[in-house]
Design a protein around this ligand. Structure first.
Ligand SMILES: *Cc1c(COP(=O)(O)O)cnc(C)c1O
Ligand SMILES: [Zn+2]
Length: 397
C-alpha cells in the first residue's frame, strides 16, 4: 500500500482498538465499529504557507492530511470548489456574511466525489476487482465514475425513487445497476444480500469504508483557506448520514490542533421535516437517534431514516456548540428557487435544506449580526431540475 508519511492506521470509534490499514479494510475486526483514519500529527510539518503555495486545483493538495499521496490517488481533480459570497442571503439573515460552498462543481456534480476518490483509491490499493454500495443516488453515480477510472467493476444498488440522472449515469459509466423497489433501506437490504454472495466485492458504502468521511474533510480545509484562515462562525450542512458533517468537524479539530486556525465553527445539521432523526435526537438530548418510522421528503439525498453514525454526528454538533434544524419540503424548495433567482447559484433540492435551515436558524436568533455563515451546497441543481421546475408549477408559475 502506498500511504502518506503521517498516516498511522485506523482506530475504532467504539472500542478504540487500532488496526493496520493494510489488513483492516472496513469495519472494526473486533467489535464491528466504525474505523477512523489516524495520523501522527507531531510528525507533520505543515503550515498555512505549505498549502497556500500550491495551486488550488484539487482536494489532494491537502495530501499530508489524507491517507494516500496524490500520486497514488484515483482522481479527477475533484474538490477545489468555489466559495461564493451571497450578499442577498446575508441581508435576509441579518448576518455579516454568507458563503455558499459550491460542491455542484465536482466531476459528477456532488461532493460525493470527495468521498469516492479516497474510497476507490483504497479499494484499488487493496487489490479489489469490484466495488459495491447502496446509495440514494449521488454516491452510486460517483462510485461508478471512479471505479471506471480505476478499471474496477462497480455494483450499485439504488432505490426506485432515486433520480433519473443518477440511474442513467451509473449505466453510462459502465456500472452494474440494480434498481430496488422501495426506499434506501430496501436498497441497503438488497446490497447486503448481494455482498453475502460475493466475497470479492469491496464495499464503498458510507461508514463501511473508513475513507469516505476522510475525503470530506477537505471541504473544510478549503473553506478555511478560502476565508484567509478565518474560522467561520457557523457551518450549515444538509444532513442524511452525516458523513460530510463528521468529516468537516474532524478537519476543524485537526487544523486547530495543528495551530493553523484558532477555533472550531459551530456545526449545524439541516434536515427535512419528513425525515429528521438527527434533529429529533439532538432536541431530545439523546446520544443516538431512533429510526424514523415513515420517511417522506422530496430531498432524496437526506432521506436517511436510520443513520448508523448518528452518535458521531450528535457529538460533532454538541462539541462544536452547534445545533440541528428541520424545515418543510415547501420551505426547502422555496429556498432553492430563491437562491437561484437572487444569487444566481443553483442548489439541488436536497442541498437547499441547508439554505432553508440556515434561514430558520437566523429567525431563531442563532446567529449574531457580524457572524459568518457557510452553507454547503452539496450538489448541482441540474440533477433536480424537474423537481425544482414542478415546484414553481405548483404555485402557478
Ligand atoms: C449524500 C448527500 C447528502 C447527505 O450527505 P451525508 O453526509 O450522508 O449526510 C446531502 N446532499 C447531497 C446532494 C447528497 O448527495
Ligand atoms: Zn472496535
Amino acid at each position: 500500500m502506498e500511504t502518506t508519511p503521517a498516516f498511522e492506521g485506523l482506530r475504532c470509534v467504539d472500542c478504540e482498538e487500532t488496526f493496520d490499514a493494510e489488513t483492516a479494510t472496513h469495519r472494526c475486526p473486533d467489535c464491528g465499529g466504525i474505523l477512523d483514519p489516524t495520523y501522527d500529527y507531531d510528525a507533520l510539518d505543515v503550515s498555512r504557507e505549505t498549502f497556500e503555495s500550491r495551486r488550488f486545483d484539487s482536494m489532494w493538495r491537502y495530501e499530508e492530511l489524507l491517507p494516500f499521496p496524490r500520486d497514488a490517488a484515483v482522481s479527477m481533480d475533484e474538490g477545489a470548489t468555489a466559495l461564493v459570497e451571497c450578499p442577498t442571503l446575508a441581508d435576509e439573515m441579518g448576518v455579516g456574511a454568507v458563503y455558499l460552498k459550491d460542491e455542484g462543481r465536482n466531476p459528477t456534480g456532488t461532493f460525493k466525489d470527495r468521498g469516492q476518490t479516497v474510497a476507490v483509491t483504497a479499494a484499488s490499493q487493496h487489490g479489489a476487482s469490484d466495488v459495491a454500495l447502496a446509495s440514494a443516488g449521488n454516491a452510486g453515480q460517483s462510485a461508478a465514475a471512479y471505479a471506471g477510472r480505476a478499471g474496477l467493476d462497480s455494483h450499485v444498488f439504488l432505490p426506485s425513487r432515486s433520480g433519473f440522472t443518477n440511474k442513467a449515469l451509473v449505466n453510462v459509466h459502465g456500472g452494474d445497476m440494480n434498481v430496488v423497489e422501495g426506499r434506501i433501506g430496501d436498497a441497503g437490504a438488497a446490497f447486503d444480500d448481494a455482498m453475502a454472495e460475493h466475497d470479492d466485492w469491496y464495499s464503498v458504502k458510507t461508514f463501511e469504508t473508513p475513507y469516505r468521511h476522510e475525503g470530506k474533510k477537505t471541504m473544510y480545509y478549503e473553506t478555511v483557506e478560502q476565508l484567509d484562515w478565518e474560522t467561520p462562525d457557523h457551518v450549515v450542512y444538509p444532513t442524511g448520514g452525516g458523513v460530510g458533517l463528521v468529516g468537516m468537524h474532524k478537519a476543524a479539530k485537526e487544523l486547530r490542533d495543528l495551530g493553523l486556525t484558532e477555533n472550531l465553527p459551530a456545526m449545524y445539521a439541516a434536515q427535512a421535516e419528513g425525515c429528521a432523526p438527527i434533529v429529533r435526537a439532538f432536541q431530545e438530548g439523546r446520544d443516538v437517534h431512533e429510526p424514523w418510522d415513515t420517511p417522506d421528503t422530496i430531498c432524496g439525498g437526506i432521506e436517511i431514516p436510520d443513520p448508523g453514525a448518528s452518535p458521531l454526528v450528535l457529538d460533532a454538533l454538541r462539541e462544536s456548540d452547534g445545533g440541528a434544524v428541520a424545515t418543510s419540503d415547501e420551505e426547502i424548495l422555496d429556498a432553492a428557487t430563491q437562491v437561484a433567482a437572487h444569487e444566481g447559484l443553483e442548489m439541488g433540492a436536497t442541498c437547499a435544506a441547508a439554505a432553508s435551515g440556515a434561514s430558520a436558524l437566523a429567525d431563531d436568533g442563532a446567529f449574531g449580526e457580524d457572524d459568518t455563515v457557510v452553507i454547503l451546497n452539496t450538489g448541482t441543481a441540474n440533477k433536480d431540475a424537474d423537481v425544482l421546475r414542478s415546484h414553481l408549477m405548483s404555485k402557478g408559475i
